[in-house]
Design a protein around this ligand. Structure first.
Ligand code: GLP
Length: 245
């Protein structure tokens, strides 16, 4: 695993954006696996700046997002489709027809998961998967469990995730209790994976995920088995990891 430790969030975001840029330049029609959450926002802002300067062209890029809340329509300002449109897609020249987010409004969970796996398969898999890290080690919405899920699944969110994400909603009760998420198997099939972490709140889970035992109780720990993982973080998030390596 390659680790890039930046002094702060701004510089970590620039490093992450540089790595995405390299991917987009090297393969213009690459498939990016994209993530939501507060962490990648700075990365997306940087990509937009370089696009505006004329340094990046997303016209042929395809993107497949990790997850979506079940029951939220695309125009709900808390849906992940809305997040991607407002934080990235609306500001770059990506063709929205080539951007995919699980359909949160598909009531048939099995169909929603099957359809999403087919989307991933038909694009030939993911070239570069971006990941944030949940406080309990979740990636996408793959919560701690007794086994690693292979394909897309419909999950019940844990109390810890619901309360962590409540800051984006008016109240705890408004946070959806279920979500669709790309499976660990699909994430692990990505050719390259970049995990972005920021802030001291992530320091302990970063240590457990990348130095602790590989267990579905800490879903991100499975990344230790992938041959091409890049960890980008600021000093605060990497503090515990750096102590132990
Ligand atoms: C959500 C998303 C994850 C994300 C996580 C961490 O639960 N489903 O994909 O990694 O939050 O979010 P943040 O970056 O805001 O800490």
């Amino acid at each position: 695993m390659r680790v890039y430790c930046a002094k702060d969030y701004y510089h970590a975001s620039r490093t992450a954006a540089n790595i995405i840029s390299a991917q987009v330049i090297m393969k213009q029609d690459c498939v990016l696996g994209l993530a939501t959450g507060s962490t990648p926002i700075g990365t997306y802002e940087q990509l937009i700046k370089w696009y505006e300067k004329g340094d990046l062209d997303f016209s042929k890029v395809r993107s497949i997002n990790l997850d979506e809340y079940r029951g939220l329509p695309a125009d709900n300002d808390q849906s992940y489709r809305y997040f991607m449109n407002t934080h990235l897609f609306d500001s770059i020249n990506i063709d929205k027809k080539n951007t995919f987010v699980p359909d949160g409004m598909e009531p048939d969970a099995e169909k929603a998961c099957r359809d999403y796996d087919e989307i991933i398969r038909s694009h030939g898999g993911i070239d570069l998967q971006i990941l944030g890290l949940g406080h309990n080690g979740h990636i996408g919405f793959n919560e701690p469990a007794s086994a690693f899920a292979k394909g897309t699944q419909c999950v019940k969110l844990t109390e810890s995730t619901i309360s962590a994400n409540a800051r984006f909603f008016e109240s705890m009760d408004d946070v959806p209790k279920e979500a669709y998420t790309m499976g660990i198997g699909s994430i692990m099939q990505a050719k390259k994976i970049m995990v972005i972490v920021s802030g001291e709140g992530k320091a302990e889970i970063v240590r457990r995920a990348f130095l602790g035992p590989i267990t579905p109780e800490v879903p991100a720990s499975v990344l230790q088995l992938h041959s091409d993982v890049i960890l980008v973080g600021d000093e605060a998030a990497l503090a515990e990891y750096n102590k132990d390596v």
